[in-house]
Design a binder for this molecule. Structure first.
Ligand code: ATP
Length: 260
């Protein structure tokens, strides 16, 4: 339910193929303001491709995408006249942080604001300092990426995305390259963003985290949404055999880790 508010993300009948192989197969998805949607599923199920289509890093074959009321893809073509502006509205946090290695944390958060949004230097600096504080990195502003842990780098990447005042943040497995301590730090920041009302779509293998944070969980398999619902519906009472299989394999991995 969107409660009458314009959805931040609307996807209708999305189709994407690579080399004649369909990897997103007629997907519909709506994300209302302030909602957290987690997308789970087996490797290769199309989760990253789905996210990358939302901000048109991948061009879909068919379907319709509307971001905050503005149609950006329809009738098989991009209808957004300003992709840079779209990518400000639709922030993305990747598995590997993609920071500039020759820039400090502060500079990494400033650079997108300066280049993409033309923000004056003083204002970009103030925003960077404020956002590094928000991700609990006030003390690391002058560090370069290779002097930071993976969790610190990922939090800088989150601050960088926030600096462009996105309407929605897309997270593509943000913790899968991190150790447990770094994972905890990043998940804490994501939970705080959720508490502050940020709209988020999260592709994750962290099922317990998805359960805690999400309003809705979507199970994507073979490019199709097999089922979706509240975390309790999808994770505790899955109706589809593929979802049950996925969750069982996940439980087995967790058990092995717990007992090793
Ligand atoms: N640029 C590309 N060219 C060709 N095939 C691609 C491309 N990107 C993705 N694919 C294929 O599309 C399918 C879906 O990939 P995708 O990365 O979206 O899945 P995923 O669910 O995110 O997987 P994972 O959990 O392993 O990241 C895979 O079979 C993948 O090999």
């Amino acid at each position: 339910m969107t409660g009458g508010q314009t959805p931040v993300v609307t996807i209708e009948g999305l189709v994407k193929s690579f080399d004649g192989r369909t990897v997103i197969d007629n997907v519909d998805l709506t994300v209302a303001p302030g909602r957290i949607v987690s997308v789970i599923g087996q490797s290769g199920g199309g989760k990253s491709t789905l996210l990358r289509c939302v901000n048109l890093l991948e061009k879909p074959d068919r379907g319709r995408i509307v971001i905050a009321g503005e149609e950006v893809f329809a009738g098989g073509r991009v209808v957004c006249d300003d992709l840079a502006r779209l990518r400000q509205s639709v922030g993305m946090v990747f598995q590997r942080f993609h920071l500039f290695p020759h820039l400090t944390a502060v500079e990494n958060v400033m650079v997108a604001q300066r280049k993409a949004a033309g923000v004056p230097e003083k204002q970009a600096l103030e925003t960077a300092v404020r956002l590094l504080k928000r991700v609990h990195l006030a003390h690391r502003g002058l560090a370069f990426p290779d002097q930071m842990s993976g969790g610190e780098q990922q939090r800088v990447a989150i601050a960088r995305a926030l600096a462009l005042q996105p309407k929605v943040l897309l997270f593509d497995e943000p913790t899968s390259a991190l150790d447990p301590e770094s994972t905890r730090e990043v998940l804490r920041v994501m939970r705080e963003l959720a508490d502050d009302g940020m709209t988020m779509v999260i592709v994750t293998h962290e099922v317990p985290f998805a359960r805690r944070i999400s309003d809705r969980v979507v199970f994507l398999d073979g490019g199709r949404i097999i089922e979706q619902g509240t975390p309790a519906e999808v994770l505790d009472h899955p109706t589809h055999a593929r979802t049950r299989e996925f969750l069982t394999s996940f439980d087995e991995i967790t058990d092995q880790e717990t007992h090793s």
